[in-house]
Design a protein around this ligand. Structure first.
Ligand SMILES: [Zn+2]
Length: 280
């Protein structure tokens, strides 16, 4: 009787759900703190603006609970940095990177082991997104063909990549894609090619059951300011392509009423609940 009652309640809830709630297989998403990047001069990211001003960029990883399994988007700064309370200085002294709490620990707090994650994608392979990639060898890796070629080619350093961060992914089952890809086949989690920052940069659109569609930016833009004013850092792989990507994603976001959540924008992220709490 108890079971029949539960089924009736579920059917009733399903009947009351809005169409978007019925469509999404995403149950919830955890926004996990994955370090901070302190820079001496933010104008490297905003050419001509705020010259000489220091800035703190946030850094997040995103864990999605879908009816078909767990998916992780980005892996943040390397967990080994957690032993360095003053961070590690990189890029000729211009950036100090921190990882206060290891990703492995944050996942454990949620009750998820790295091996439980079946679906794994990164926006791109730079160090602040691939820091812990080697933990996820049990997952299917979803990657754009151009990024895969750059990551595992002979000139990975030329793109600013650190192969030691992700070299264990070579053996993963890989879904090598060109353009958009519907991860679970139900429209709830879609990878979209967003090249420019790196050759095969991508963004992830997650259809949250209550919040609605959210685009996770990767480094398509680093700040809300760059999105609003269409600004690309001078060091991007392809600046013209970066601009075209911003234009395409703005048109997409507008026509689908999708919010943009910007990984490195600390101010915007202050308003978003963080793990172990979750968003729906
Ligand atoms: Zn980044």
């Amino acid at each position: 009787m108890k079971n029949i009652g539960a089924v009736s309640v579920l059917l009733l809830l399903a009947a009351c759900a809005t169409p978007s709630q019925q469509q999404s297989g995403v149950e919830r998403m955890y926004v996990i703190s994955c370090g901070e990047n302190h820079v001496k001069d933010v104008s490297r990211w905003t050419p001509g603006v705020n010259v000489g001003k220091p800035h703190v960029f946030s850094n997040y990883c995103y864990l999605i609970k879908h009816a078909q399994g767990w998916m992780l988007w980005d892996t943040g700064n390397a967990d080994r940095l957690a032993t360095m309370p003053n961070g590690m200085t990189v890029a000729g002294g211009t950036i100090t990177v921190f990882m206060k709490k290891p990703l492995a620990e944050s996942l454990k707090e949620i009750g998820v082991a790295p091996g439980d994650i079946r679906h794994f994608a990164m926006s791109h392979a730079h160090g602040d997104h691939s820091g812990n990639a080697n933990l996820f060898t049990a997952a299917t890796l979803y990657v754009q063909r151009a990024e895969y070629a750059a990551m595992f080619g002979s000139e990975a350093q030329k793109f600013g990549f650190i192969p030691a961060n992700y070299d264990k992914l070579r053996g993963n089952t890989a879904m090598i894609i060109d353009g958009d890809y519907d991860v679970f086949g139900d429209g709830s989690v879609i990878l979209k090619a967003a090249p420019g920052h790196t050759p095969g940069h991508q963004v992830l659109v997650v259809r949250l059951p209550r919040t609605g569609p959210v685009m996770l930016s990767g480094d398509m833009v680093h700040l809300l300011y760059s999105w609003n004013f269409r600004i690309a850092p001078s060091f991007n792989f392809d600046i013209a392509r970066s601009m075209a990507t911003i234009d395409e994603m703005k048109a997409f976001a507008q026509s689908t009423k999708t919010q943009l959540w910007i990984n490195h924008d600390m101010e915007q992220n202050a308003k978003i609940p963080k793990a172990p709490a979750f968003v729906q």
